[in-house]
Write a protein of this length. Structure first.
Length: 153
């Protein structure tokens, strides 16, 4: 299911909107989909429920906070009215937490280990094999034994 302007209206509690608002929301929906496609590729390969959620939330956030205005005040004679807004990006924006929802990165814990092992890259007579803190064969620089040949010369 693709998000429509009707879905946005329901999320905002405004089920009936005029044609201009509908066109604007449809434009922002396509902007959100464009941003996601530019970063993650083909949208058909993504989880569609998560995609719909992110698009809907991005457009709703744009509607609620359309620009960087932080406070708007209107004064008429002795009366004054002011409204405070949280800052917005001024355009449709996908938050980092939504990117993580769309394309989670695998985590393996607090740290990772190189499972390739130094014995498969470094020569058996490399100084690392004897407990040194430096490489004598050059494999740490080039990815293969650079300074010593296979015969030890």
């Amino acid at each position: 299911m693709a998000i429509t302007s009707d879905d946005i209206g329901i999320a905002l509690g405004r089920p009936s909107i005029d044609d201009t608002t509908e066109q604007q929301w449809d434009l922002w929906i396509s902007d959100a989909r464009l941003l996601i496609e530019a970063r993650l590729g083909d949208l058909a390969l993504l989880d569609q429920a998560k995609l719909d959620y992110v698009v809907r939330e991005a457009v709703v956030a744009q509607i609620k906070h359309p620009d960087d205005a932080t406070q708007v005040s209107v004064s008429v004679d002795d009366g004054q009215s002011s409204r405070t807004y949280r800052s917005g990006k001024g355009r449709v924006h996908i938050l980092d937490e939504w990117w993580a929802l769309l394309a989670p990165t695998p985590t393996s814990g607090a740290f990772s280990l190189d499972t390739f092992g130094c014995d498969t890259i470094h020569l058996p007579w490399c100084s690392l094999s004897f407990g040194a803190t430096f490489c004598s064969c050059g494999a740490d620089i080039a990815g293969f034994p650079l300074f010593e040949g296979p015969d030890g010369l």
